[in-house]
Structures are given as C-alpha cells and as structure tokens.
Design a protein around this ligand. Structure first.
Ligand code: SF4
Length: 423
C-alpha cells in the first residue's frame, strides 16, 4: 500500500526555518516502513527541495522560506501586516501528489493557526482524480480536534492515539520503542532535528506540552547516542534537539554528553526550545561546551518575581544570572547567549516586559522576545471565534496592544545591538 505523508505549507504573517522539520511525521514514516508500507513524503517547508535553484542559509543552516503574499482571511483583515503562504508552490505539491497516486494521505499540522495549509492539501486531493484515505494528525488536531474534524478528513488522530486502526499500526506508548526519525526522504540536509525525550515535568499555564504528552517520556541515552551516530555517519553535522526539558534530570543529560564524547562525534547541537535556568549548573554547562552546544537559549519568560510566582514559573532572576555566569565561565560568549522572554501574557504589564528586557541586557546577553499566544487547551486559552486569532503575531493586535508590543520589540533590538557592541 502506498502512503503519502504531507507537511503542508504555512500560512502566517511571519515564518522562518529555525531548525524546522516535521519530526512526528518522520517517526511515523519509520513506523510505517517497519510495517512494510511504501512511504513517500512531501515536506512543503523543505528549503533544500530540488524545486528551488537557490537556497541561502545562515552558518547554522537556518534561513528564510520561499513565500508569496496571499489574501488575508476575513477574521484577520484588520491586522496591519502582510499575510503570506510559505513553502512549495501549490502546483508542485499537486503534481507530486498525482504522480505518487497514494492510497492513503496523512497530513500533519504543527500550529493550531496553521490549519489553512491543511485546508489547501484537502482541496488539492479533492481536485485530483484519486480517492485516497485522508488522515489528519499532529499538534493542531490534538489541541483542537473538534475544529479539525470539520475539515472533511476521513479520520482525525491525536498525538496520544496509540493506534492507527485504518492501517493496523500501533504507535508505541514507550518512547524507547520509537524507531529513529526517517530522514531518507531528504536529498540534502543542512541539519536534522531529533528528540531525546518528549514532554516536560512542569506545567506552565501558557504551554501546550502537558496536554500534548502528559508528562516526560525519555529515550535511553545509549539509544539516543546510536541515533546521533547513525545520522553523523551520513554526514549530518548539526542537530537541533526538540526536547522540552533536555537538562532534567541532570545525571541523564551528563550521561548523554558523556556518551556522545566517548563515541568521538563532534557535531553542533542547538536547543531551540530553551533550557531551564536552574539546571544550567557548572557541570552541565561544562558538558555542553565540551560536546558542542552552540548559542545556548535560556527559558526565562520574565524577571518580574510577582509574575513568576503567579504563573508558577520554574525559575528566578537570580538563577538566570547564575546560569549565565556558569555558561560564560566555560567559554560561551555573552553575545552568543539568548534569554527567552514573553510579552503580552495576561496579568503582565508592558512596564514589566520592558523591565525584563533591560534586566537581561544588564547581564550582557541577548533577548529573544516571544509574543504570548493563548494556546487552546491551556489554562490561558481564550474564547476566540477562530483559531487564526491565537497566532502570536495576531493576538496582541486583537487585544489592542500593538503599540506596546512594537515598543517592546524596538527595545529588544536596541538591547541586542548594545550586547553586540559590548556596551
Ligand atoms: S517548562 Fe517549558 S516546556 Fe515545560 S511546561 Fe513550562 S514552558 Fe512548557
């Protein structure tokens, strides 16, 4: 049986290939192949696709997606920004779909407000003279299954579903039993993404992780080292780790670093999801430096102690300062360290946001400012008429805080420029 996996194009006001790969779909590809199915992949956000003649990436393999401006959906018409479609042209997707003539099409969707990409794939399938079984899975249908069911797919799967009955396939409940992600679909890779664990032991009120994975599930360190080695031997030199809680527990992380060092691999590692301040101890930062973790990204969210307490956050400003100290002592340059801050949280004033940005600047490291998004299913979800309004590039406009957010972004740029200049 021929199964086609599709990572759809992105519809958004901004999108960037910040180590983005459809990891869930790549695990699924391995599981389906083990079962004997013929599997192909269309990853509409693959920047090195043979369709493109020119690809520009930064020194860590990240870069801009190919994009075209498209008409805004009615609910976004008052947002004063350009709405774009990022990814492979529709005709290219259509031709590949037609050529493969799949009996099953499985579509993923990573963000709830990216569902227009799913709608596009459904339209393409409907326009062809084929009638595959159409399945939808991923984060969007897990968090918003009732909405996803309205898109006309034959079946909608949540991440927690342990069985795809239509294909007689079991999805292991134990992360140790997951095969390595299947990167064989990609001709050229500037990086890969992997996960040594799924989920997180914390439950911050703005985060989807508890709803997606229900706690932390780990892979045996030896198995992770083998996966890294397998990809390393194929020439991969950049690994982005999608873990939500990579450093917890510390002994496991140290064992992982030890295993990598012992194997003699020397790739670069990246942590786009951020690292917990409290766990950036002296031993951890030393191991990170030795193994090749680049541009450490620290989860801080705010330096406001009252807000930290109210939101039950997992760190304090003092722990952040200590974490930065531990990083710089082992050789990380301050202008290569980023602190993630959040702006626009309920109960958060912009005075508090500005102060947090300046507090980070005072330590001499850079700010990576994230706009709050009320993710469905979290304690901070909002009752909104359309999931498109949960987009972090939209929500602050919707609640009338665009001016304040622009000021926060300007201050962030000013602070980061200062850090680069060593001021
Ligand atoms: S610590 Fe990070 S990953 Fe864990 S629940 Fe909080 S925000 Fe989510």
């Amino acid at each position: 049986m021929k199964i086609l996996l599709i990572n759809p194009p992105i519809y958004d006001f901004a999108a960037y290939d910040f180590w983005m790969k459809p990891l869930g779909l790549l695990y699924l590809s391995s599981i389906l192949k083990e079962k004997g199915y013929e599997v192909s992949l269309i990853d509409a956000t693959y920047r090195q696709d043979s369709f493109y003649t020119y690809v520009k990436s930064d020194r860590f393999g990240r870069g801009k997606f190919n994009a075209e401006e498209v008409k805004k959906p009615g609910v976004l018409k008052d947002i004063p920004r350009r709405y774009r479609r990022y990814g492979l042209p529709r005709d290219v997707i259509k031709k590949r779909l037609k050529d493969f003539t799949p009996e099953v099409v499985m579509v993923t969707c990573a963000m709830t407000y990216w569902y227009p990409g799913v709608v596009e794939i459904k339209e393409i399938v409907d326009s062809l003279d084929i009638e595959p079984l159409l399945l939808l899975g991923g984060i969007y249908p897990t968090l918003l299954s009732e909405h996803a069911k309205l898109l006309g797919f034959d079946r909608v799967h949540k991440i927690s579903d342990n069985r795809i009955s239509e294909l007689d396939v079991e999805i292991p409940g134990d992360f140790n039993l997951y095969p390595p992600p299947d990167y064989s679909h990609y001709e050229k890779l500037e990086y890969v993404v992997i996960a040594t664990s799924l989920g997180c032991p914390f439950s911050c009120p703005y985060c989807a992780s508890p709803n997606l994975y229900g706690g932390k599930k780990e892979k045996e360190v030896g198995q992770v080292v083998e996966e890294i080695g397998f990809l390393y031997k194929k020439g991969i030199r950049r690994f982005a780790l999608y873990d939500d809680a990579l450093l917890i527990p510390e002994e496991r992380f140290l064992a992982l670093c030890y295993g990598i060092r012992k194997s003699g691999f020397s790739p670069d590692f990246f942590t786009p999801n951020g690292l917990h301040c409290r766990f950036l101890t002296k031993s951890v930062t030393k191991a990170m430096q030795e193994v090749g973790f680049r541009e450490p990204r620290i989860s801080l969210e705010t330096t406001d102690p009252k807000l930290q307490k109210r939101l039950n956050l997992k760190t304090t400003y003092e722990e952040f300062v200590q974490a930065v100290d531990n990083l710089t002592r082992v050789g990380y340059r301050k202008n290569h360290i980023y602190a993630y801050l959040l702006a626009g949280l309920p109960l958060q004033s912009y005075r508090s946001v500005m102060k947090s940005i300046l507090d980070v600047g005072k330590v001499g490291v850079k700010v990576s400012l994230g706009e709050f998004s009320p993710i469905p299913g979290t304690p901070m979800e909002q009752s909104l008429s359309d999931p498109l309004l949960t987009n972090n590039s939209v929500y602050y406009h919707y609640v009338g805080e665009a001016k304040e957010m622009e000021c926060a972004k300007k201050l962030t740029k000013w602070v980061n420029d200062g850090v680069d200049l060593g001021i």
